[in-house]
Design a protein around this ligand. Sequence first.
Ligand code: FAD
Length: 484
Amino acid sequence: MPTDPLKNARDSYDVIVIGSGLAGLTAANTLARAGHSVLLLEQHSKLGGLATWFRRRGGHIFDVSLHGFPFGMVKSCRRYWNRRIADSIVQIKNIRFDNPMFSLSTSYERDDFTRLLTTRFQVPPASVDAFFDAARKMNHYDDQSATTGQLFHRFFPGREDVVRLLMEPITYANGSTLEDPALTYGIVFSNFMSKGVFTFRGGTDRLIGLMRDEMTGNGVDVRTRCDVERIRVAGRRVEGVSVGGRVIKTRAIVSNANLKATIFDLVGPEQFDPDFVEQARAVRLNNSSTQVYMALRPGESIDEDACGDLLFSSTAPAFRTELLLSRRATSRTYSFYYPKSRPGSDRSMIVASTNANYGDWADLPKAEYEEAKRALIRDTLDAVARYVPDVRRKLDHVECATPLTFQRYTKHVDGASFGTKFEGLAVSRALPGRIAGLYHAGSVGIIMSGWLGTVNYGVIVANDVDAHLMNNSSQTPSRAEVSP
Ligand SMILES: Cc1cc2nc3c(=O)[nH]c(=O)nc-3n(C[C@H](O)[C@H](O)[C@H](O)COP(=O)(O)OP(=O)(O)OC[C@H]3O[C@@H](n4cnc5c(N)ncnc54)[C@H](O)[C@@H]3O)c2cc1C
């Protein structure tokens, strides 16, 4: 008989967090540190959401979304997690681009990009400086009508090669396009340019393990394999969740589930005013992804100088968003993981990622879907052979993930890899004004996605929840009152 994942769980908590993505974990930890009793419910057997990993026979461990994040993670992890986590964050210094327009290596920092833009791309230094300054000054309160395409046109008219250099990595990082508001680009690009690209030494499994230890040490009641069926609302106020045949009461809920799933499946549209339902329906989801995971045999290695840490590779003659999403991929981002990524390991791994449309995969009949997966692996191995000659011979294991995989493991509507487009942020922020005690924290609005965006959003929302709990008289005992 399987054990009850809710065994000994209490009947009520100050806060229930639904989902253990980085925003959910950070919100839970922050609220527990503030002295609230917190129940964290995750439907999967593992914590982490998209910040995940998996093991395969032969001792291989694949990281799914550990490709790179900005330096800001160090500060956020030190402040809202702990020093051990922050101190494991290290820079990756060799970022490569290889496409028909240019082939180059960079540390992806402002100084190095300025050097490249002024020497290699022959852009006047004044234009480069003005562009960096304009991007850095952008914030959420700016005019949101200008698009990223217009921003590039203002500083680099007619320069498709420069646009490609500036845009391709950000499109991979958060699914944003030339048509999205310029401020989404400016904020994310400047975050990276401040100090470059960083990774977590030891792998995602180590990070999530350390987070779990910190959270449980702070008193969070962590439960996996707990799929929340319903957020219960009465009189425009949350009263609890239905999960595993039980109702657990609470004064505040932080949903880390997909924004649309939270509104339409967990709460239900009937609980909201029609204008809000309309606003929520209009929110566009961001794209999904495919990945091919390749493990080299123990002892086989990758030429680090030739491949770098992160490689943006494309055979497309020019940068076009729709090409990046196409099932017949011409562009891929490779993450090369050397044994040093996981100290003590002798393994080298390659993960090739593309952005992808859910609809291109979801509507395929079973046999065609399986064939499309085989084609994805075949085409990727052909493509990677340019950088890792003889890769097929060196391989010990290969498999792939499609948008359906991401949907299945995280319940994200349409397998969205980066939450929603910009308008999702306003809807996420408006929830507590519609239903008292209902909050959402998770990738939305492009700027609140990615590892750094979701950790920071978890903190912002935790502070809102803390204020809500402090302003409302206590109906459930706090952790301090019930702890032995
Ligand atoms: C292929 C890929 C590569 C990426 N690469 C990078 C990268 O290099 N750098 C970077 O910064 N970001 C990257 N990202 C994005 C980053 O991983 C995500 O933005 C971030 O991890 C999302 O965190 P989140 O808090 O929004 O929650 P999510 O990770 O989306 O997790 C939501 C959680 O809620 C749970 N849940 C959903 N419904 C329920 C329910 N009803 N009951 C209980 N639990 C539920 C899910 O199981 C899941 O655990 C990548 C994403 C993908 C897909």
